[in-house]
Design a protein around this ligand. Structure first.
Ligand SMILES: Nc1ncnc2c1ncn2[C@@H]1O[C@H](COP(=O)(O)OP(=O)(O)O)[C@@H](O)[C@H]1O
Ligand SMILES: [Mg+2]
Length: 322
């Protein structure tokens, strides 16, 4: 790979390092402190049949930092495709929805074929890592109550009936391409289904800033496709754990969103609005889960609705100065 020139795509979200694209567009390079572990992980799951880019090279840069190179997956991410094809606020494009179901089914089958025995300890670690729990409580100490912790613990306990598997923990349309899944930086063990089951449900956490949202019919068809993919590998329907998965996802999306200067203005523009919206979705998720045993994301307000109806009114949206 010597002599290759690279242009930077972006600094990686949620960590040090960066992603680079080769000038011919056929390879991507990742740099940063943990990339060699990420490369080893990618090689391992590729050998297990996961639909992921092939690792082509790895090593040290001249300045001593680590890198690895992977093949570019063809086309664009399903998020980019959906965004391009949708009219503002429109339904998710039917072909993108079908492609999401296809890739999700392929990933889930590979995951269900390589189960890892679960335990209360491993699930507690999953909750901490996938939900960035320590960060959520540190940034939102007013939400840290024994009651909310008990709701989360009960969700994790119910997940004990699923095996674990090597997982992305950041699966969603921005990281899904028509032939595979990129961005395994945050990988870890998760219950089978955690990556793929909530993939269409989590679109709402972006606050309606995307131009598309899945319809109820699309979400139901997607969950059926996902469930069908693991018959007879799994003796459970993974969609039956959507509520538990969303409890953890609602923490993941709240984590690291608190702005350095927390002075939400009345318009809720910018970072403060995102933080307050995610706080609202987190508390609503836990309340729904506690009372209904599941979570219906269609009941969540869009960011625009949240801004109109909830800003400054609900207790959960008006944090005390911690
Ligand atoms: N193997 C790949 N094939 C195609 N595009 C890629 C690949 N790796 C990265 N990209 C592009 O680079 C962008 C950033 O990479 P990603 O690993 O998702 O970074 P981040 O951790 O910041 O989300 C992706 O959204 C995608 O457009
Ligand atoms: Mg990404």
């Amino acid at each position: 790979m010597t002599g290759e020139t690279w242009e930077m795509v972006q600094h990686r979200t949620g960590g040090d390092g960066a992603v680079w694209r080769s000038c011919d567009g056929r390879r991507y390079k990742r740099t940063g402190p943990d990339v060699l572990a990420e490369a080893a992980f990618l090689r391992r799951i590729e050998a297990l049949g996961y639909p992921v880019p092939r690792v082509l090279d790895e090593g040290q840069n001249e300045d001593g930092t680590a890198f690895f190179v992977e093949e570019a997956l063809p086309g664009s991410s399903l998020h980019e495709m959906a965004d391009r094809l949708a009219a503002a606020g429109g339904a998710l494009d039917a072909e993108v929805a079908a492609t999401a179901a296809k890739v999700s089914a392929e990933l889930l089958r590979a995951q269900a074929t390589h189960p890892v025995a679960t335990s209360a300890k491993l699930l507690a670690e999953f909750g901490e890592k996938a939900g960035y729990a320590a960060n959520v409580w540190a940034e939102n100490p007013d939400l840290d109550t024994p009651h909310r912790r008990a709701v989360i613990t009960s969700a994790l306990r119910r997940l004990e009936s699923l095996p674990l598997c090597a997982s992305s923990l950041d699966y969603g349309l921005p990281n899904v391409f028509p032939t595979g899944v990129i961005d395994w930086q945050h990988h870890g063990l998760a219950p089978v289904g955690y990556d793929v089951v909530p993939a269409l449900e989590i679109i709402v956490f972006r606050g309606g800033t995307g131009r598309y949202s899945p319809t109820a019919v699309q979400r139901a068809a997607y969950l059926t496709a996902v469930d069908d993919a693991v018959v007879p590998l799994l003796d459970q329907r993974p969609s039956g754990f959507l509520g538990e998965f969303l409890v953890v996802k609602s923490m993941f999306f709240l984590a690291l969103t608190r702005p350095a200067e927390a002075s939400p203005d009345s318009t809720l523009d910018g970072k403060a609005g995102k933080w307050l919206y995610r706080r609202h979705l987190f508390t609503e998720c836990l309340e729904q889960y506690e009372h209904a045993g599941t979570v219906d994301t269609a009941a969540f307000p869009s960011f625009a609705e949240f801004r109109q109806h909830f800003a400054g009114r609900s207790e959960s949206t008006a944090p005390n100065d911690p």
